[in-house]
Design a protein around this ligand. Structure first.
Ligand SMILES: CC(C)(COP(=O)(O)OP(=O)(O)OC[C@H]1O[C@@H](n2cnc3c(N)ncnc32)[C@H](O)[C@@H]1OP(=O)(O)O)[C@@H](O)C(=O)NCCC(=O)NCCS
Length: 321
C-alpha cells in the first residue's frame, strides 16, 4: 500500500482514534500528546505543521513532532529545528517509516531556512543508529555528579535570599539564564515564553524552581525535583560563588537524608569547592544530536564547531527537549 505523509492537524481531524492509539502504543500513555497540545495552545514554538504522520490507508503508522529553538553558532544567532516524539507503531517498524518522516521534516525545515536539525535520544536507543545514518552527529552529552546529604553543610550569605519561583518570574529567569550564558555558543537565548510554556506543559513544575535574589534582584536559580530517595538539581544557574553557596544551602536543606544529583555544567571548574564534595562527573546515556541541513555545514564536525573560539557550549536540562 502507498504511504502518504500528512500534517498533525489533518491527521487529528480525520483519524483521531489512530493518532491517540499510535501515541499510546509507542509511549504507553497519552501524556505526551496532551502536553504537546497544551503547550501549543500556550504558544510553544512548534513548527506550523506541529508534526507529520505516515498514513497507510486509514492507519497512522509513524509520527514526529517538530519545534523551533534559538541557537547561537559561531556564525551568530539562528533558529534550529528540534525533532521530538519520533515513533513508529510496533507492528510497522523496520520499513523505513521513521527515516522517511525525518527526511520530509528536513526538506520542510531546509526550505523554511533552517540549517540545523536537533534531537535528543539515548546512546543505546535503537534510533541512535538511524540518526547516524541520516547524518546526525553527537554534539552534547549531559554529565552528572552526586552527593549524599546527611546534613546541610553549605553556607548561605545573608545578602542572598532564596525563594520559590512563580510563573510571573519567567522573564527574570530568562534574563538570569541569558546573562550567565553570554559569550557562549548553543542555547544561550532562552525566551521567557519558553520558561512559561514549559511550566504550563508540565515539563517543569514551577514549585520546583528556586530563585536566588540579591537586594530583590534575581541573581541565579536552581531546579529541584524531589524523589523518594534522591533529588535532582539538573539546572543550576549560579554565576558567583555567593549565589552558588546560597542555592546549594537551599538545595541541601530540602534534600537531607537523600542523594542530591547535579547536572555537571554549573561548577566553575574542577577545583570549585562545591564540585570537590561530589562524586566525579559522570557522562549519561542521554545525548543531543545535530544534523546539518545545508551543504555548507555537511563537512563540519558539529561538536567541535559548536565549541570553537574557546567558547563553551551552553546546554542545560531544559534545553534537552
Ligand atoms: C526508533 C523507531 C522510531 C524506529 O522506527 P522505524 O520506523 O522502525 O525506523 P526505520 O525503519 O526508518 O529505521 C530503521 C533503522 O533504525 C535502526 N533500528 C530500528 N529498529 C531497530 C531494531 N529493532 N534493531 C536494530 N536496529 C533498529 C536500524 O538502523 C534501522 O535500519 P535498518 O532497518 O536498515 O537496519 C521505533 O522503533 C520506535 O517508535 N521506537 C519507540 C519510540 C522511540 O524510542 N523513539 C525514538 C525516541 S529518540
Amino acid at each position: 500500500m502507498v504511504i502518504e505523509i500528512v500534517d498533525f492537524d489533518d491527521a487529528y481531524r480525520d483519524h483521531r482514534n489512530a493518532v491517540v492509539s499510535l501515541h499510546y502504543s509507542a509511549w504507553g500513555g497519552l501524556d505526551d500528546l496532551t502536553a504537546a497540545l497544551r503547550a501549543r495552545r500556550a504558544g510553544f514554538p512548534f513548527a506550523p505543521y506541529l508534526g507529520v504522520y505516515a498514513r497507510e490507508d486509514e492507519a497512522l503508522l509513524s509520527a514526529a513532532f517538530v519545534s523551533h529553538y534559538p541557537l547561537t553558532t559561531p556564525q551568530g544567532p539562528e533558529t534550529a529545528a528540534g525533532i521530538e516524539l519520533l515513533m513508529t507503531r510496533p507492528d510497522a517498524t523496520r520499513r523505513g517509516l521513521a527515516g522517511q518522516l525525518l527526511q520530509e521534516v528536513h526538506r520542510r525545515e531546509r526550505s523554511a531556512g533552517r540549517r540545523i536539525s536537533l534531537l535528543c535520544t539515548g546512546r543505546s536507543n535503537l534510533a541512535h543508529e538511524l540518526y547516524l545514518k541520516l547524518g546526525y552527529q553527537d554534539i552534547f552529552c549531559p554529565r552528572a555528579a552526586l552527593r549524599y546529604i546527611d546534613r546541610p553543610r553549605s553556607r548561605s550569605s545573608p545578602a542572598i535570599r532564596v525563594r520559590r519561583a512563580g510563573t510571573r518570574d519567567a522573564p527574570a529567569l530568562a534574563r538570569v539564564h541569558r546573562r550567565a550564558n553570554a559569550g557562549a555558543l548553543g542555547f544561550t537565548r532562552r525566551e521567557s515564553r519558553s520558561f512559561r510554556t514549559r511550566f504550563l506543559s508540565g515539563a517543569v513544575a514551577v514549585r520546583n524552581l528556586l530563585l536566588a535574589e540579591r537586594q530583590g534582584r534575581p541573581a541565579g536559580y536552581a531546579t529541584l525535583e524531589p524523589h523518594s530517595s534522591w533529588s535532582r538539581a539538573a539546572e543550576v544557574i549560579a554565576p558567583t560563588s555567593e549565589v552558588r553557596g546560597a542555592l546549594m544551602a537551599a538545595l541541601e536543606r530540602r534534600s537531607v537524608g537523600r542523594w542530591l544529583a547535579f547536572g555537571g555544567d554549573w561548577f566553575s571548574g574542577d577545583d570549585d569547592p562545591e564540585r570537590i564534595r561530589c562524586t566525579p562527573l559522570l557522562p549519561s546515556y542521554a545525548v543531543m544530536m545535530a544534523c546539518p541541513l545545508v551543504p555548507e555545514l555537511r563537512r563540519r564536525n558539529l561538536h567541535r564547531w559548536l565549541r570553537s573560539g574557546g567558547r563553551p557550549f551552553a546546554c542545560q536540562l531544559l534545553d534537552m527537549f
